[in-house]
Design a protein around this ligand. Sequence first.
Ligand code: SF4
Length: 293
Amino acid sequence: MPVERKHEMGAGGDCICPKCETRIAHEQGVLCQETHCPSCGAKMLREGSEHYRRWKNKQSGGTERLIFDTGRSSARGARNPEARPMARSTLSLVSRLLPRRLRGLAPTVVADDRGGRMVFLIECLLNQNARDRGAARSPAAERELVDLLLDAGVGLVQMPCPETYCLGFERKRAPGQSLRQALEAEQPAACCRHLATIAARRIQTYLEQGYEVIAILGGNVQSPGCAVHIDGGGGTRLTGRPGVFMQALSDELARHDTHIPFHRIRDADPDLLRRDIQWLREQLGRDRKPQQV
Ligand code: SF4
């Protein structure tokens, strides 16, 4: 017997997280509201549904936020109808008053105090509790890194830990199997690719909206999931034997012809950590134009 549809959204489309705006492909037969966001765990919404419309409406409501509509649609056509009634002259005046790096931005950039720059970084740099036994270097987070980024007005986007997400918190594996071997097995490797797809999509969404993604920050060189090996500083392609997740992320970005510098924060060694922090400090000092796609 055919299943009665309660909506006209069809079988495809996406589920959107109302909390962090992560987007994943809708799985036919599974309600988006029964799906938890892979990034933050919140319940997701079906794009185009009534709940989704109400969320978008609430999100764009309020008189203090100015929403720009330059007439350019985002990749998935998510223009905000609330922005349209605003007079073009007002938009152009506010646009001229914006910092240079935020001018001419895509449809939904809000004119407020945001800096428009961010890094994507692995979970344990902000939450050492994700680390395997014996690997944590501090009680909470890599403070020097966090302070540096916050002082520079740079947002921190945390990517989920591939080991705990794909192997479970205990990092379950067969006796004698290394963590690297466990992550390279069929299902965990597919799980890493899934996480990489989500991270790459989030990066692209920010780029499409005119934001700057300064770098992707990975982990120590021996990390099975997040090691970053690069030639010189901040290569946009990985070399050597990167972590399983990092390799998947690099592949996914390459597939979309997206070029973001990879780097690593090697906190297992104080000298290397100092060098990595210095590299980042130099990147933050550069006056770059926003990356647009
Ligand atoms: S897998 Fe990555 S995020 Fe998880 S603890 Fe290891 S380095 Fe950190």
